[in-house]
Design a protein around this ligand. Structure first.
Ligand SMILES: *Cc1c(COP(=O)(O)O)cnc(C)c1O
Length: 394
């Protein structure tokens, strides 16, 4: 089996698994308990906080542990919105291709009376900093733009966007879930006020993540209860998960440069191979993209059929289209970069891992090419395209 869906989730590293097991067996006390067994867990928790903070250039006091990326996104955006409202500022800027954790939170806020501007991401899947600058108004309380997109992997100019936000005194949040451990992110160098991350995207456990919030930003607590996480996130801390996240993060960071080099080599090999398929197109900028992300549209086929046939041949991938989740709408990300519905339906995302070999990359190229050819041979849409009844777009 070739697992090429690392943007959906990653396999836990041995380090992360072993950390969790040992803590669950030995250091299972409640960090809020005053006896030593509890205080040991508290120490583990604070060490994890230091490790996580060190990786992104933050102070440990600026890290709040959450249940993952979605919670961190929601908390960051809700906090900024509440602060804005108090100051009479109820305008928020984001982009059209954010993760649903961001977009759906913004939709709720819109219902509550906020005004939302979603910026265009253009054909290459990149937000222009000057358009962020133009969109900022007197009543803007937040700009939230992801560091890297989860479907097409494009990397956003967040340092420049952050600089503009700082100049205009507007809070800047970035969903860095896909970026963390793949590209360097530093909250000071990149002018970030708030940042979301999720452990299961970097070989840590599911259900754990963190939110970085610069000192002085008053967070809103989404969960009421005890005084954990300085009262900003009640509930007994998931100590084994949090510690495993920190270990996974440190390990991935130590290998980041080498992994990125290996991944880019394989990514570009696959991109070159798949680009040879007629009437196909790479989605998103070829250079400013995550080291492991390949995303293509193939005209005249359905992404779901492609996925099922690839699964039969041992390749686990994903399609931009949301049909698998019971909706017939194509991916909002592909629509945002200007792909029309029919073309967006025939998409394939391969998010490869650092252990992918050259042979496996070539197997992917060969198999995708064969499966696309087969699907086209039985597709009425393809027949109409070939006969000229319908015009090719790609
Ligand atoms: C996976 C993902 C999330 C959600 O993270 P969870 O930990 O699964 O809640 C948010 N944003 C992006 C960009 C993601 O890829």
């Amino acid at each position: 089996m070739i697992y090429a869906d690392n943007a959906a989730t990653t396999k836990m590293s041995d380090t992360a698994v072993n950390t969790m097991i040992s803590l669950m067996k030995e250091t299972w006390g409640n960090p809020s308990s005053l006896y030593e067994h509890g205080q040991k867990a508290k120490e583990v928790l604070e060490e994890a906080r230091e490790k996580v903070a060190s990786v992104i250039g933050a102070d440990p006091r600026e890290i709040i542990f959450t249940s993952g990326g979605s919670e961190a996104d929601t908390q960051a955006i809700r906090s900024a919105a509440e602060l804005g409202k108090k100051a009479g500022k109820m305008h928020i800027i984001s982009s059209a291709f954010e993760h649903h954790a961001v977009l759906h939170t913004l939709e709720r806020l819109k219902e509550e009376g906020y005004e939302i501007t979603l910026l265009d991401v253009h054909e290459n899947g990149i937000v222009l900093p000057e358009e962020v600058e133009e969109a900022i108004r007197q009543d803007t309380c937040l700009v939230t733009i992801m560091t890297a997109n989860n479907e097409i992997g494009t990397i956003q100019p967040i340092r420049e966007i952050g600089r503009i936000c700082r100049e205009k005194k507007v809070l800047f949040h970035t969903d860095a879930v896909q970026a963390i451990s793949h590209i360097p992110v530093d909250v000071n160098l990149d002018n970030i006020d708030m940042l979301s991350a999720s452990a299961h995207k970097f070989h840590g456990p599911k259900g754990v993540g963190f939110l970085y919030a610069r000192k002085g930003i008053r967070l809103r607590n989404l969960i009421e209860g005890g005084a954990q996480e300085k009262g900003k996130r009640a509930g007994t801390e998931n100590v084994p998960g949090i510690a495993a996240m920190a270990e996974a993060l440190i390990e991935e960071y130590s290998k980041m440069d080498q992994n990125a080099g290996d991944l880019i080599r394989m990514r570009d090999r696959i991109i070159r191979g798949l680009a040879k398929i007629p009437h196909s197109a790479l989605n998103g900028d070829p250079v400013h993209r995550l080291p492991g992300n390949v995303n293509f549209c193939f005209e005249g086929i359905e992404g779901e059929s492609l996925l099922l046939l690839l699964d039969d041949k041992g390749i686990l991938a994903s399609s931009g289209s949301a049909c698998t989740s019971g909706s017939l709408d194509p991916s909002h990300v592909l629509l945002a970069i200007g792909r029309v519905h029919d073309v967006a339906h025939g998409s394939l995302r391969l998010s490869i891992g650092e252990d992918l070999t050259e042979e496996e990359a070539d197997y992917i190229i060969r198999t995708v090419t064969e499966v696309v050819e087969y699907l086209r041979s039985i597709s009425p849409v393809w027949r109409d395209l070939c006969s000229g009844k319908v015009q090719f777009i790609l």
